[in-house]
Design a protein around this ligand. Structure first.
Ligand code: FMN
Length: 470
């Protein structure tokens, strides 16, 4: 038995579905999307979102995905001059997209640290209702204190506490969604649309961080409740996903890593008392495709050049060094100076999370020296998410993906297009048919709700309507 198959069967993954699903992750702000090519659209115009969502739907994608950042990105304490500015609110954007799409799932990333559960549950229920059961919530905890400065309660939660809070938050939201009985669907017309007595139960939660005492305002949706995605990779984040999530948006797209991640999540899911296959996994990924592999490699060089120029490369390092490095030549070696702080977990940039700055920067200097890479070359390889890239001809990449499907390493991929709004065209026009020919990609939508299309079971109504006190 091949090693990866053994790893999966030991973890309890016995019957891979043999099928992959695609999601599209419209990132907006980041260095992964090229905003300055002649073909680039706008990061805020509805047209960009509409075009990507409709192309994805033409390609039978399961989900359209929006990230969340609750503050304009800063760099060394100033608005990030090399980043595009502006990110529309995810739920509002998805509500607009619901009216120009019919099958694709609409996933809003929303954090549990700066929202309130009963309110968020109601807004997501509304999206679920008006999209006919296509809403999903990507649960994140948000890992920087500077986001917290924007909120009355500030950046008050450390890592472990954020997950305790997240669990209470999600359980409360689920209690809200569970609160209406199966027959308590609002009926047409003024007479029949009132809930009958006892049709819904009151949700009460009193915990460390918030108190909820409400009668939820909406009955269940066509897919029972929004699908729950989760993104967060620490052991606490993985256990949280194993207990609560339907799908993980993971950062593990490479084959061996994906297999190891699947085995780890399956073991955690079983320990949490859920079926081994209860949690689907869709890693972040990028596709650079062409008719031949030589053309794809050429295209990759062009993409990397436009994603990260000399200034972006230096700015990228500055996030980790915590200081200005503008005197350093982007075509020369990595800076031979230490970072401004030895160790920090929360800074205004995004580079320091959990990383020990001194250790990390020393390691990078050594790595770049060994590979004889300049700052620019090093950052293009590091920040360009080389590990998440699938580069090759349509058929080569299709063969590669089919190998993931065969062993059940993942349930699909969440694709970040490097060009907006045309970045999915070659995937939908060429890769999807190749995958369909190999029998590893759907040829039609299974149903209308996201839950149906992802092949997820309808949740059982919780027997107790009150979440545990946390
Ligand atoms: C693939 C992925 C995507 C994420 N997307 C977002 C996002 O859009 N907004 C956000 O605030 N946090 C996002 N996060 C960060 C998580 O919310 C979390 O705060 C962070 O990963 C730290 O938790 P961890 O230590 O469990 O990984 C993302 C994390 C991952 C792994």
């Amino acid at each position: 038995m091949p090693q990866h198959t053994r790893a999966l069967s030991e973890a309890g993954v016995s019957t891979p579905t043999g099928e992959l699903q695609f999601g599209v992750f419209f990132q907006g702000v980041n260095s992964g999307t090229i905003w300055k090519a002649a073909e680039s659209g706008s990061q805020t115009d509805f047209e960009s979102f509409r075009r990507i969502a409709q192309t994805a739907e033409r390609g039978l994608f399961a989900a359209f995905f929006l990230g969340e950042g609750l503050r304009l990105r800063e760099h060394l304490g100033q608005p990030h001059a090399l980043d595009v500015a502006g990110r529309p609110d995810a739920q509002t954007m998805l509500a607009a997209l619901a009216s120009v799409t019919s099958h694709i799932g609409l996933v809003a990333t929303q954090n549990t640290t700066y929202n309130d559960p009963a309110d968020l549950a109601h807004r997501l229920s509304t999206l679920d209702l008006l999209s006919g059961g296509r809403a999903a919530w990507n649960v994140v905890t948000t890992d920087n204190a500077w986001t917290g400065e924007n909120f009355r309660r500030g950046g008050y939660l450390d890592h472990a506490d954020r997950y305790t809070h997240a669990e209470a938050f999600v359980e409360t939201a689920k209690a809200v969604w569970d609160s209406w009985g199966p027959d308590a669907v609002a009926r047409q017309g003024t007479n029949g649309s009132r809930p009958e007595g006892g049709a819904s139960r009151r949700v009460h939660h009193q915990g460390q961080h918030y108190t909820v005492d409400i009668s939820p305002r909406l009955p269940r949706s066509a897919q029972y409740r929004p699908v729950l995605f989760q993104a967060g990779d620490s052991p606490a984040g993985r256990d949280f996903a194993a207990r609560q999530a339907d799908v993980i948006f993971s950062g593990h797209p490479q084959f061996d890593d994906a297999v190891a991640f699947r085995a780890d999540i399956t073991a955690r899911t079983v320990r949490a008392g859920r079926p081994a296959d209860a949690v689907k996994i869709m890693p972040a990924s990028e596709f650079i495709l062409a008719a031949t592999s030589a053309e794809a490699v050429e295209k990759q060089a062009w993409v990397r050049e436009l994603q990260i120029g000399p200034q972006q490369a230096v700015a990228y390092l500055e996030q980790f060094w915590g200081r200005r490095l503008d005197g350093w030549d982007p075509h020369g070696p990595l800076p031979d100076v230490g970072p401004a702080v030895e160790e920090t977990s929360e800074t205004r940039g995004s580079g320091f999370h959990g990383a020990k700055a001194a250790e990390l920067t020393a390691q990078w200097r050594q790595e770049a020296a060994e590979k004889e890479q300049s700052i620019l070359q090093f950052v293009r390889a590091k920040a360009g998410r080389a590990d998440a890239s699938f580069v090759g001809s349509y058929s080569e990449v299709a063969d590669k993906l089919a190998a993931y499907a065969a062993v059940g390493a993942v349930d699909g991929f969440n694709i970040s297009p490097w060009l907006i709004p045309t970045g999915l065209d070659d995937i939908v026009n060429h890769l999807v048919p190749e995958l369909q020919d190999r029998g590893v990609y759907p040829t039609e939508y299974r149903g209308y709700t996201l839950r149906e299309n992802l092949g997820l079971a309808v949740p059982e109504r919780a027997s107790v309507g009150e979440p545990a006190v946390r």
